[in-house]
Write a new protein. Structure first.
Length: 190
């Protein structure tokens, strides 16, 4: 039952993008097309899951035993940066079109505060390794859900008649706000 609560809570109630407002840069930057958003979601899923596993192991088997907890953020960022480099190399070989579509936003996963936030939250919530992995996967699914929904709405908006002053980023930000408000309904705040 606890895993179910972690999954539902991470995807809907405390969505990493729409409720905690982490990972906004790729959310706005890569959400122009659903296909690109799915690719970014897959990359974030891969990096977030491996980063959470790696950082949990480092925290409990290296940092804590040797009194190096103060280095948590630096170590976590180095782990995430290494994993993102691995994803870049793999995508460049396997899917050059997705690699070029993601462009600058792929290396920005390194500084995506959603990935770092989930790794740190896993430690703060004192999850065991399995709970941490479930938490990471659920948050990545929540990130993907949010970015794909937003991309679908943005694609639809491109076909609509929108006032000239609201075209592009302004209407996208209004829609992002409304989407975030809709997710607040899951928390019982609205």
């Amino acid at each position: 039952m606890e895993y179910f609560v972690i999954v539902i809570g991470s995807i809907f109630v405390s969505n990493i993008v729409l409720a905690q407002f982490l990972g906004i840069c790729p959310f706005v930057g890569v959400s122009g097309k659903v296909s690109t958003s799915l690719g970014m979601g897959g990359a974030v899923l891969f990096v977030m899951t491996l980063a959470t596993m790696s950082t949990w192991i480092l925290q409990y088997y290296v940092l804590n035993p040797y009194g190096l907890g103060f280095m948590q953020t630096i170590v976590f960022i180095l782990v995430i940066a290494s994993l993102v480099q691995m994803v870049e190399i793999i995508l460049k070989k396997v899917s050059p079109s997705l690699y070029s579509a993601l462009g600058v936003f792929l290396p920005l996963i390194t500084t995506n505060c959603a990935v770092l936030g989930v790794a740190i939250l896993t430690i703060q919530k004192e999850f065991n390794l399995m709970e941490g992995v479930v938490f990471a996967i659920a948050n990545a699914v929540g990130f993907t859900l949010a970015i794909v929904l937003f991309a679908g709405i943005r694609e639809h908006l491109d076909l609509m008649e929108v006032p000239k002053e609201m075209k592009g980023v302004p209407i996208a930000l209004v829609v992002a706000g409304i989407l975030a408000l809709s997710f607040f309904g899951f928390t019982g705040l609205v």
